[in-house]
Every structure is written in C-alpha cells, then in structure tokens.
Design a protein around this ligand. Structure first.
Ligand SMILES: Cc1cc2nc3c(=O)[nH]c(=O)nc-3n(C[C@H](O)[C@H](O)[C@H](O)COP(=O)(O)OP(=O)(O)OC[C@H]3O[C@@H](n4cnc5c(N)ncnc54)[C@H](O)[C@@H]3O)c2cc1C
Length: 449
C-alpha cells in the first residue's frame, strides 16, 4: 500500500519529520540512500579499544531546545564536554596557555578583536533569523564576502587570523567562501560568537552518552517503514501525488519531503522541472569541507599538564582540537578538526599521510606524547557522496538575497527539510530537528487546509 508521505533522507531532519507525521496518524515511508541512518551523524566502534566515537556531529547545548527535547523524549542522556584546565593557542610558532575564548594577545590586538566582534555581533542582531534577505542593508551585506569585511575592519593580522579560526571551526570554510550576510545569519542563529564556540551554557556543552548516532537510530527503530540502500534517482509530481524512483522500484505518496543537503538535488531529474529559482538555489549551495580526526591514548596525558585539551592553531592542518575522552576519562582521546583550506590541502592524499599530518599537528600543540596513540580514526566528509561535504551549505554573495525565499517554499506536494532549511541553528543537529518539526506541521496543515 502507498504511504501518505515519503521522506527522502534518514538524517535527523527526515527522521524527526517521519516521527512527527507518524504520531499524527499518517503512514510514512523513509527512503535512505546509505546503508545506515544518521546522515551527517555517525557513531562507530573503534576496533582496538572498543570505544564508541562520533565521526560526525556530536555536541549539543542547552541553547539548542529542539535537539535537547528530542534527546530527552528518546530516553537518551548527555554528559559534559571536558573543559577543565588551560587552553592552548598555537599562533605562528608561538604557543600560549589561556582560559576562556580569546588567547592572551597584546592589548592592541585584544582591543581590535573586541571592537571587531562587537561590530559583527551588533550587525548579526539586525538579521531576521528566518528571512535574512529582509534585513536592513541586506543587499549590501550580501554583496561582499565575510573576508572582505574582516580585511576592511580588522586592523591587526592576529585579529584576522582569529576570525579565520572562527570561520573554520564554525563554518568549515574560509571567510572568502561565504557572504557577509551568511556569516551574520549563521552567527545570529547561535546567539553570537560565544553561542557557537563555548562549552558551558553554549553549543559545545554536552555530548550524547553512547554517541549522537543513537538519536537517529532510536528514531528509526520506532518507525515502521525505513528503507536503506534506496537512493532516490528520479522524481515525478502530478496533481494528486509524487512518484519517487529508486533503483529497486517506485514509491508513491500524497506528499514528499526532501531532507537532504540541497546541492545533492542538482543531479536529480524532477518532472515537471523545479521552478528556476529553486533549481538555481540548489546549484548555489556548496558544502563546507571538514575532516574529523581522533587519536586515542591510554590516558588523557594533557590533563596531567593542566591542559583542557582545547586548542586553536592558525598553522594547521588541525586548527581546532578538543578532549574527546569518554565520560570516565580513559582512554584519552584528542579530537582534531581539519577544515576549509586545510581540508583542501589534505583531500588528495592517502589516509597515512593525513594521519601523520594530523598527529604532527597535535604534537606541536600537546607535545611528542601525541605522536604515539593506541589507535586513530579519521573521516573525510568531503569524500562522502551522500553528504557532499560538511558541516553544511555555504551561501556565497548574492545567494540569500537572490534565492533565499525558495529555500523552504514547497513546490506543489514536494516539501523541503534538512539542517540547511532551519530557522534557527542552521547546519546543526538542532536545526535539522527544527526543520523536521516545521515540515511535518507544514504537511499536516496542507492536508487539513
Ligand atoms: C564532522 C562533523 C561535525 C559536526 N559537528 C556538529 C556538532 O558538534 N553539533 C551539531 O549540532 N552539528 C554538527 N554537525 C552538523 C550536523 O551533523 C548536521 O547539521 C545534521 O546532522 C544534518 O542533518 P540532516 O538530517 O539535515 O542532513 P543529513 O544528516 O545530511 O541527512 C540527509 C540524508 O539524506 C540521504 N540522502 C542523500 N541523497 C539521497 C537520495 N538521493 N535519496 C535518498 N537519501 C539521500 C543521506 O544519505 C543522509 O542520510 C557536524 C557535521 C559533521 C560532518
């Protein structure tokens, strides 16, 4: 029998939509291209130590109500990110220890950074979260890159370097890859720079016990009809419904939800074709570039030296590091992100070379003990065909103002979800969940109306 609704994509957005629609009494089928659920989240068990680690999204915070409520609804628990001790900053060949967000740079640099971030956040507060194209001066903000604005407003090279680290850590891209309007919108979605980058009270406060992949797994387990290895390859729509083709057959429903990164839809034939603005939007949303690298040690040796395990570097390839040890503290795990330009440098090399580069980077921060882990794991999200990159889509100059209205607007019986469509915390797990909730309400409203 045909279901009422088909959801394409078993990431957090698609599975949340399916859960809410099923709870409202609709029959739902989920079609997922990969042989697993979770999309940009995945928890894997390491072969040597048996440790479960998140190779995709992992942090959640109390300022993210949608994902936190879902975690509790599913009976999962969170635990705090380890952040006790001093942080490290490796800037050029100089290493400094510090507490808080900003390393102890010269008073001139600190004043310059304070002024710049104050200006940036004041601008961010003027952006309507769900419609950035209606912001005052939207055309002007969208006509320049984030990089152009930083160069114009930052007086000190170290301030520019700090903003590049922010862009890498939060957007997995260089500031030149996005418009200023996008950088402001995204920052505003998290309530400011601190909202995205700090632990206690902010987006990096907690991790999910057992791994963030458990959220999608529990969602999928409670659904009746989730079909893996079912990539949608063709879409037809008529007045009464939508037909989706997969290599194994056809599936028909009254409504379809696409909960996949928009750029992946570029190669998918739609009949009739999508409206030009929607189709062009999809062409204009490239994904960020990120690799996640973890090294496992018998114990978190950096803690003994009074270090938190958090580090930033302007030299790379690891530009941001964290203590990713399990709640009991052993084994010790250092997590390094390789993002944006650094990820591009290591895209074409083999895993061994990438491993060596990442370990050397960690050793420059934490000392030679970092060179001898028990085991390592890496995930290059740029090489994942059903993600196309991570953490999420980047809006270049002109995209929000020229195409933003098409991001969530349904096309007949086809609806759009996914972290990219979120009205808050876009490109985060919280945004994915919010989008699933929004799209399910949209379909229920359309059916009732
Ligand atoms: C390394 C990394 C670190 C991150 N860190 C964090 C973090 O700490 N905190 C946080 O909140 N977020 C983080 N994120 C981002 C977060 O994981 C994502 O925003 C979120 O998981 C996206 O969910 P989604 O459901 O919108 O999309 P996806 O998870 O991308 O789900 C889309 C699904 O659609 C499937 N699909 C694609 N094409 C087709 C097709 N043609 N037919 C059928 N199925 C298809 C895909 O296989 C996928 O399963 C991180 C992401 C990465 C990769």
């Amino acid at each position: 029998m045909n279901p009422d609704i088909i959801v394409v994509g078993a990431g957090l957005a698609g599975l949340t939509a399916a859960r809410r629609l099923s709870a409202a009494g609709r029959t739902v089928r989920v079609l997922e291209a990969r042989g697993r659920v979770g999309g940009r989240t995945q928890t894997i068990r390491l072969p040597k130590t048996g440790l479960s680690v998140d190779v995709g999204g992992q942090w959640v915070g109390p300022n993210q109500p949608h994902v936190m409520a879902l975690i509790h609804e599913l009976g999962l628990e969170v635990y705090p990110t380890h952040d006790e001790g001093q942080n490290l900053a490796l800037l050029g060949d100089k290493i400094v220890r510090y507490r808080g967000l900003i390393p102890p740079l010269s008073p001139l640099v600190l004043a310059d950074y304070a002024l710049l971030s104050h200006r940036f956040e004041a601008l961010a507060r003027s952006i309507p979260l769900d419609a950035p194209w209606t912001a005052p001066d939207a055309a002007d903000l969208d006509a320049q890159t984030f990089d152009t604005w930083i160069r114009k407003n930052a007086r000190r090279p170290q301030t520019r370097a700090l903003m590049r680290v922010y862009a890498g850590a939060v957007f997995s891209a260089a500031p030149a890859e996005m418009s200023l309007l996008h950088a402001l919108t995204y920052t505003a979605h998290g309530g400011g720079i601190n909202g995205h980058t700090l632990t206690r009270g902010h987006a990096l406060q907690d991790r999910v016990l057992g791994g963030a992949g458990g959220i999608s797994q529990r969602l999928a387990d409670a659904l009746e009809d989730v079909r893996l290895n079912s990539p949608v390859v063709r879409v037809e729509q008529d007045e009464t419904g939508v037909t989706l083709h997969t290599p194994d057959g056809t599936h028909r429903a009254e409504h379809a939800v696409f909960a996949v990164p928009p750029v992946l839809l570029c190669g998918l034939p739609f009949d009739p074709p999508l409206p030009a603005r929607r189709a062009q939007l999809q062409q204009r949303l490239p994904m960020g570039a990120v690799m996640k690298f973890m090294a496992v040690y018998e114990r978190p040796f950096w803690r003994e030296a009074g270090l938190s395990g958090m580090a930033i570097s302007d030299t790379g390839p690891v530009t941001v590091a964290f203590d990713n040890s399990p709640p009991q503290g052993t084994p010790g795990v250092l997590l390094g992100f390789i993002e944006g330009a650094e990820a591009r440098e290591l895209m074409d090399v083999g895993e061994h070379e990438r491993r060596d580069a990442a370990l050397n980077s960690l050793a420059r921060m934490f000392g030679d003990e970092a060179l001898t882990p028990i085991e390592t794991v890496q995930r290059d999200w740029t090489a994942e065909p059903f993600s196309g990159g991570c953490y999420g889509a980047l809006f270049g100059p002109g995209v929000w103002t020229g195409y933003g209205e098409a991001l969530r607007a349904p096309v007949g019986r086809i609806h759009w979800a996914g972290a990219e469509t979120a009205r808050v915390w876009m490109n985060y797990m919280d945004g994915a969940v919010e989008s699933g909730e929004r799209v399910s309400a949209e379909i229920l409203g359309a059916q009732e109306g």
